[in-house]
Design a protein around this ligand. Sequence first.
Ligand code: HEM
Length: 384
Amino acid sequence: PTYDLIRSAGRVVLNKRLGVWMVPGYEDVLTVLHTPAIFSNAAYGMGELPPILDGAEIMINADPPKHQPLRKVALNAFVRRSLRKMEDTIQQVVTDLLDDPALADPLAGGGEAELVNAYCRPLPAQVIARLLGVPLSDLPDFVRWSDDLSALMDSGQRGTPEHQLRWQRGADSGVEMKAYLTDQINRHRREEHDDLINDLLVANENGILDDKELLATCVLLMIAGNETTTKLIGTSLRLLGSNPDVRRSLVEDPSLMANAVEEILRYEGVTTIVPRNLTQDTTLAGVDLPAGSIVMALLGAANRDPEAFEDPNRFDISRHTSNRHVAFGHGIHLCLGNQLARMEARLALSAFLNRYPDYDLGDWQYRGVFLTRGLEYLKISVGR
Ligand code: HEM
């Protein structure tokens, strides 16, 4: 309803309270994302990172021409890692989490389990840690650091005690993680390993990235996909819980899963907004916007634009060719981890449905966060 309201107010709408311009239409969102010379990523806050990057630029904040080399190294490393190897890693993490007594025992005993903390949250952090090659014994530290850093994306209002606490915790964890990753990178320089840090070093053989940028890339990979993938898996389990027919069809025909994940991303995508900063005066959809303005491309609204998607408010996993959602953005900043995130969601959901084809939803609660949307908790039970 909020998206419809914004859409009815115009193609470019000023949010007077925040002083930002909102762009809800699919085609207009694409225009914004495809014109980085005017709609810049420079002021993009990765939440509020504490000063752990030593001033190194990260791709999500970079504009052309700096953006391309930063992205190229990470992209090459991802290609080297191959989806096949990523699949093995994800499958292992998924199985371990489903076998964990914290999740398995209450459900086996006919009780209730809370899925966000038991399943959705640890999954992406463990996957990226294992991909990067963090030894299993260091995994708990690693997951804690990444949780603390990811929590900064959602750190509440500045000046409040909650914000202060989260910031300090994030900063402390950031320092620990930086020291740890620096050691890991040095270790990988001495010995070859079959992991993503090795792939990054190989992809950077020509020294495109300096040491600070290399470290910053690892940090970015660590945190960019955590909160988002957690939220995607949680949202999916909630949606499938509320739509038993859809769930049943996925249990009967697992080949529908890939398309179901695409429809979930369209229908209830996680990253609802990406912000841009105007580098110059410009006109968008007939509205004059001054340099320095902040423009919010509303990905969530674009994915429900009736001019781009037929009957957009209908959740329909058979929506095939018409599904051109922008849940991972578009253009030069298209989510680098989109294939990884898709695979994590597919495998996490398939394995879960295999084990618990008939779960019942208990309480769940969305947490309204500015740029991303997802569940704070999701309780389920089986066989009641
Ligand atoms: C960029 C969403 C998972 C790494 C983006 C952008 C979106 C997005 C919308 C574009 C931002 C912009 O245009 O300003 C998501 C969602 C995810 C997810 C919804 C999960 C469901 C991941 C994962 C990783 C990752 C798993 C890596 C491990 C990145 C990086 C960028 C990015 C590095 C910056 C790309 C660039 O600036 O060139 N993501 N993401 N993301 N994402 Fe993701």
